[in-house]
Design a binder for this molecule. Structure first.
Ligand code: GAP
Length: 554
């Protein structure tokens, strides 16, 4: 405790500020400052001194925090798929469907944070492939359609897996035809085929003479059936594409690995229609041809190997592994994955034996999940298969007039496809980090996809601080999903938001009132910068859009 002392030297009064401090078992008095020659002056100076001391202490704490910040490093942590599922449940990303009844195998619910991340992925995809492309439009077709759809598409006859049972442990699984006799059970036992099992979900429509139909197994058929209507109403000329993101249903024999293989899931895909005589893609640029990626070709797989090799897209074109339009869309697909931070993808060529009934060439986009390298999406050359089939079964002419060649043509189709749940899973797998220094999980989701973009923390109590904080909250809320958090220590508030991937936290402190500024804290590094409130919204926008790096803010 500090106190004023008066000393009389040669008959003159002098005032000092002293403080008693315990050092071991002794109490020592230390003079902190000279306060002047009058009592009033001394009291005034003491107040100022103590105020400055509080400020200085705070500055010192901030400096210490900065030192710690430089050393803080979150590292990616390998976790099992079960651990990830448990994390997702605890934070409100994903819940088991019908949890109160013990769950429902193959079905999942998105929680409050999960749906935000999921919607951000879908919006980002739509923006990249529909809004940013001149020759693409979107639709949202019905989930159930005329029963003939699925006969024409070949799904009723061909969309099946082989149902197998392990001879040793009795566990059931599904295999592709090409895997039969090659793939063994986890326990080392051999699988015995139980026959083919169709994956389409059957249902009945109507009360009187109910008619059998199916829940869609892919969104693609809606685009094929609406193809002419879309072309006429949106006045598109070949080549053009139709995109869709929506729910699909497959009666999977063995749903597993959390969201990886479910019975209800979302596909984002588009059908790109091209004049069958047009081989050359006029959109293919150097940036596409020069993309280098990890590739597993058919020849390597036929030798029973899985060695990846780095290839340039131009090499696959030269080797005629795919055509020019197919190459363009594969490149665009890869570029989109890169843009959301999934840079570790690999491309795997389908062997002739495993090609779907509708495809003449398919490339899978694979990702290294904690349970192995698995399919994230694909890219198939569907040729004229689907339009020919629908023409045959519906007896509607599916040809359109091509202005360029002045001929009626039945277009061929390239189809890039994306499993949205699998992208969600890959993003979370990659984002999950642990920071030893912070003793905390840090979810490094790219800012543009993060469920909550900004958290606002008033750190000083008082009406004025609350007022500024609320004003900032309301302004940012118009643009983003933002939270306002005034409970708990500042450390706890940061930790809570690091764990759910909030990229930026704003603190409102004493200086905010005086200088009309706030601090922005970066989730990945914990670095902080002070910015004027009037510039806050624009700076956050640039940070979230990836137009500026946090480190460039000084
Ligand atoms: N229209 C093409 C098509 O449906 P697909 O490979 O059968 O192709 C598209 O499915 C994508 O859907 C896959 O690449 C995968 O990412 C995802 N997918 C397939 N089955 C799935 C399942 N049971 N659960 C979650 N995602 C699945």
């Amino acid at each position: 405790m500090a106190f004023i002392v008066k000393k009389i030297i040669n008959g003159n009064e002098y005032y000092y500020l002293n403080e008693n401090k315990r050092e071991g078992d002794k109490v020592k008095t230390k003079t902190l400052a000279y306060l002047g020659k009058t009592k009033d002056q001394a009291e005034e100076k003491m107040k100022q001194f103590l105020k400055d001391r509080v400020e200085n202490n705070k500055m010192q704490e901030k400096k210490e925090e900065q030192v710690e910040i430089k050393e803080s490093k979150a590292e990616q942590k390998q976790i099992t798929i079960e651990e990830l599922a448990s994390f997702c449940k605890s934070k409100g990303f994903i819940f088991r469907s019908s949890d109160i009844y013990g769950g429902f195998s193959g079905f999942w619910d998105f929680g409050p944070l999960g749906i935000e991340l999921f919607n951000n992925i879908k919006q980002n995809w739509w923006n990249y492939f529909v809004h940013q492309k001149e020759n693409m439009v979107g639709i949202d077709a019905s989930i159930m359609s005329h029963p003939k759809t699925w006969v024409a598409s070949g799904h009723v006859e061909n969309f099946s897996d082989i149902f197998v049972k392990c001879k040793k442990c009795g566990k059931t699984n599904k295999l592709d035809e090409s895997e039969l006799g090659k793939v063994k059970c986890e326990c080392g036992g051999e699988y015995q085929s139980q026959g083919k099992f169709n994956l389409m979900f059957e249902t009945n429509i109507g009360a009187i003479n109910p008619e059998k139909t199916y829940l869609r197994g892919e969104t693609a058929q809606g685009m094929f059936m609406d193809f002419k209507l879309v072309q006429q109403t949106s006045r598109k000329q070949l080549p053009f594409g139709i995109a869709q993101v929506g729910k699909c249903f497959r009666n999977e024999i063995a749903p597993r690995d959390f969201l990886f293989r479910c019975r209800e899931f979302h596909i984002a895909e588009f059908e790109f229609f091209i004049n069958p005589e047009e081989d050359k893609c006029n959109l293919l640029e150097k940036k596409h041809l020069n993309i280098i990626f990890n590739f597993l070709d058919e020849e390597t797989q036929l030798k029973g190997k899985t060695d990846l090799r780095k290839v340039k897209l131009s090499e696959l074109l030269e080797k005629k592994k795919l055509g020019s339009w197919h190459a363009y869309w594969l490149a665009e697909q890869i570029l989109w994955y890169y843009s959301i931070g999934l840079t570790e993808i690999k491309i795997r060529e389908h062997t002739k034996k495993e090609l779907s009934h509708y495809s003449s060439a398919t490339f899978d986009v694979d990702y290294e999940y904690s349970f192995g390298s698995k399919e994230l999406g694909g890219n198939a050359n569907r040729g004229q298969f689907d339009l020919t089939q629908h023409q045959k079964y519906s007896k509607s002419n599916m040809e359109i007039f091509d202005d360029k060649t002045e001929k009626k043509v039945l277009p061929r189709v390239i189809e890039p496809t994306f499993g949205v749940e699998r992208i969600f899973l890959a993003l979370l797998t990659k984002a999950y980090c642990y920071d030893k220094k912070r003793n905390n999980i840090i979810l490094k989701i790219p800012a543009k996809l993060a469920p909550i973009k900004v958290a606002i923390f008033p750190i000083v109590k008082g009406k004025e601080y609350e007022k500024i904080s609320q004003e900032i909250f309301k302004e940012l809320k118009e643009e983003y999903n933002v939270v306002y958090d005034k409970s708990g220590s500042i450390g706890r508030r940061y930790a809570r938001n690091d764990e759910i991937g909030t990229p930026f936290c704003i603190t409102i402190d004493e200086d905010s009132l005086k200088n009309k500024n706030v601090t922005i804290r970066d989730r990945n590094t914990t670095k902080q910068v002070r910015v004027d409130i009037k510039n806050l919204k624009n700076i956050l926008k640039d940070l979230i859009d990836g137009k500026i790096y946090f480190d460039s803010l000084k």
